[in-house]
Ligand binder design. Sequence first.
Ligand code: SF4
Length: 453
Amino acid sequence: MKKALFIGRFQPFHQGHLDALKQISESEVIIGIGSSQYSETDDNPLSFEERKKIIEEKLKNLNLNYKIIGIPDIHEETEWVDHVKKIVGNFDMVYTGNELVQTLFEQKGYVVHGIKKNIDISATEIRTEAKRLFEKLGKTKRTFSYCLGIAPITLEINRLKKKQNAIILAHSYQTTDIMYGVADFIGDSYGLAKIASQHDAQKIIFCSVHFMGETAKILNPEKEVFVPAVAGCSLAESITAEDVRNLKTRYPGIPVVTYVNTSAEVKAESDICCTSSNALKIIESLPDETIIFIPDILMGQNLQKQTKKKLILWNGTCIVHEQFDRQAVDNIRAQFPGTKILAHYECTSSVADAVDMVGSTGDMLKYVKENPAEHYMLITECGITDRVQTEFPDKHIVGSCQLCPYMKQIKLEDVLNALKSPKKEQIIELDKEILEKAKKSLDRMMEISTKAK
Ligand code: SF4
């Protein structure tokens, strides 16, 4: 059984190190963490334990027989190799990316494999990036060591993005590493749809669920649109194009207003789309007294209370927002008087009846920004809570939020992959006829929504 010594400072351990480890063929690897000859000049040295934790995290899915050993510095080059040997025991060959270390082992007769770095990012750049990330992510309790761990990948994504004239759009329900690490724009579906159609970037990476990527493609057929992961949505999956055709047969002549959380095929069968920010405006702008509103029944019930028109509803729900109950709202009111409670349109009407404002995620952020109150309960997905804590650190959140399992499917690695070598399923491609028909219903929404302002 051959043993390899992989030695470095790992300040921090990054993708280049990981790729190097994958090149090692020996059956056992000792990862030797060199100590702190750099700590006096380094403004953010990681302790041995922190570096060990980062390495273990990165290696958890790698089938590698390894152990990690810390090697204190002795500041004496001639004795250094013997010193290392005393600490780590026997090994058959050495892998390192450091030229001096390579020379010292070779002088003692060891076979040394120089590791080729396949990413061109220095440790200094990583630490600078980690500081930038920590300024934002630290507000939602992410540690500096976590930021160091993700810094190489955010750096690489941001470099590639510039090189490829791409923009990254992130929905407010995304994780903070995506929103503040790599996104150019953060917003709700309407805000992001507008940016997608106005920005001159040729490539759009849409960090959100699949239908939002489709919406960006429909509005920008000539651009390349990618989604980092194929993430569904309970609302979008609740209705098909055939369901819409059946509704139209059952209610001839009644216009179909479709919430944007639907597939391109469903949009193509609709008269006009809407988002939670403009749904009421769209409904009111139509001359008809009866309207088919699909697919969110809870949102439809909330809108029904705000309009005199008759809404024919579909039975779709958002699995995140339907979970909130009235009791939680009443408890927060009793426990924290003066708290402003805001709910998304997709919540039940008993929740909506008890809150200070019902609206889209964009409406919620605007409310928090403009309201002097200190305490808020946000009845929606947790991403918005993270945004408020990051962007308005003086405001306090009470109560709990819910995670959307679809939105949270997207990871930084997926974003990198979409830029570097996108898989087929990450590329949004739509049938021409469906795209053109769906575009009409979105264009109509954009037109009315802009006019109504
Ligand atoms: S929060 Fe609800 S509506 Fe939004 S993506 Fe998740 S399941 Fe769909």
